[in-house]
Design a protein around this ligand. Structure first.
Ligand code: FES
Length: 182
């Protein structure tokens, strides 16, 4: 039937209708060159993108435990200890100096508090004011805290606490977190 129709069309000088859409040579070349170009640009782009963001996908380092003090140095009176940690954040590596107030409680449990005041971030000192003996005191606006870090005035929260690990006679400090003693 279709052949008859095409034959009629040829006889009448018309071009036969195409039975289905066929790709022209120009379209074929466009698709082929376009696809090849996209592949050549896309593959290196994906690898470079992966390389660029890879450090951001890595777990931040610097939260491991650090050896800070000998157990025999620790008493019930808080003492300040300084130590450095190795931090890797993306492409940036640093070794900031940290500080901790370390002491033991009446049961002999060792704990360590951050010296960063929870008001506006100044540094607290044990027995820092004659008005507040046996307490941490912040010289900036007068916040003071108990030995466990409980805020008694000005500051809205207790002093943060370090993770503590005791091993082979040494005190190791880990990540800082919210105070769990008060
Ligand atoms: S920063 Fe410590 S009291 Fe304000």
């Amino acid at each position: 039937m279709r052949e008859e129709h095409n034959q009629e069309a040829q006889e009448s000088g018309q071009l036969p209708k195409k039975s289905r859409r066929e790709m022209s040579r120009r379209q074929f070349l466009s698709y082929t060159l376009g696809g090849t170009g996209a592949f050549m640009v896309g593959v290196p782009l994906i690898f470079n993108l992966r390389f660029a963001v890879d450090p951001l996908l890595q777990k931040k380092q610097g939260t491991d435990y650090v050896k800070v003090a000998k157990v025999e140095e620790i008493s019930e009176v808080p003492q300040a200890f300084k130590f450095t940690v190795h931090q890797v954040d993306g492409w940036y590596e640093s070794e900031p100096t940290m500080e901790a107030w370390i002491s033991s409680d009446q049961e002999g449990n060792i704990f360590a508090l951050s010296p960063v005041c929870k008001h506006l971030g100044c540094t607290v000192n044990w027995n820092g004011s004659g008005d507040y003996p046996e307490q941490y005191f912040c010289p900036c606006h007068g916040a003071h805290y108990t030995k466990d870090g409980e805020a008694l005035a000005i500051a809205p929260a207790p002093l943060d606490q370090y993770e503590v690990k005791v091993e082979n006679g040494w005190v190791y400090l880990g990540a800082i977190h919210a105070n769990e003693r008060v």
